[in-house]
Write a protein that binds this ligand. Structure first.
Ligand SMILES: Nc1nc(=O)c(N)c(NC[C@H](O)[C@H](O)[C@H](O)COP(=O)(O)O)[nH]1
Ligand SMILES: [Zn+2]
Length: 196
């Protein structure tokens, strides 16, 4: 049986395509689900919430909207989402995001890696693992810090490969020179590998 990761990343890409193009951020899609332990094909997955950049009013990120949508269904504000996320034995909370959760935002708003880490407050299991399709390009904040912040919070993460160009093309659609930015972002990977 195939792994479920590609299908979820593709679902997140279609979410990201609903985001209004802006020069000041990336168009990203996010999905939250509950997965039964020892269920590598995800056959017992339960989708809990989805979100995309600027889905909700203001300068909102996909992961932020994903949490805010779930919190709203449970009648709490987004910053209290940890208190309403399920914590069932034998199941884990998993997030899929087209792009690595941000570790810093030029706006100064709370970065998504911090929002994800906060789901573990109060000893709750919170988010167990984050799968993303591409690391954040250096466009806005330079070297991305999201993965390091997740690791520091004890949250696992993994890169699902194969969708980088598609994800980046959607993400930068509102930028000044999208084609060039995609080439640079893809090239960055080659540059890093040439460093050693
Ligand atoms: N993972 C992620 N999900 C998003 O929905 C989104 N828009 C970004 N984008 C990261 C980028 O670093 C920030 O968009 C800029 O740093 C500008 O910051 P604001 O968005 O204005 O807070 N990253
Ligand atoms: Zn973010």
């Amino acid at each position: 049986n195939p792994s479920p990761h590609s299908a979820y990343i593709q679902k997140c890409i279609s979410l990201a395509e609903q985001s209004p193009p802006r020069p000041t951020n990336f168009r990203v899609g996010a999905l939250l689900l509950s997965r039964k332990d020892d269920d590598p094909t995800g056959s017992n997955d339960q989708i809990l919430s989805t979100g995309y950049t600027m889905e909700l009013a203001g300068n909102t990120h996909a992961e932020q909207c994903c949490f805010a949508n779930f919190a709203a269904v449970h009648n709490v504000p987004e910053d209290q989402v940890a208190s309403v996320l399920p914590a069932e034995p034998g199941r884990k909370l998993i997030m899929y995001v087209t792009m690595e959760p941000c570790g810093k935002r030029l706006s100064g708003n709370a970065p998504c890696a911090q929002r994800i880490a906060r789901t573990r407050e109060g000893g709750r299991p919170g988010i167990h693992k984050v799968y993303f399709g591409v690391k954040e390009p250096e466009t806005f904040v330079g070297e991305s810090e999201g993965c390091r912040m997740l690791s520091e919070a004890g949250i696992e993460w993994a890169h699902v490969s194969g969708f980088e160009r598609e994800i980046l093309t959607v993400a930068v659609a509102g930028h000044e020179d999208p084609e060039a930015e995609v080439r640079v972002a893809l090239g960055e990977k080659e540059k890093e590998t040439n460093v050693d």
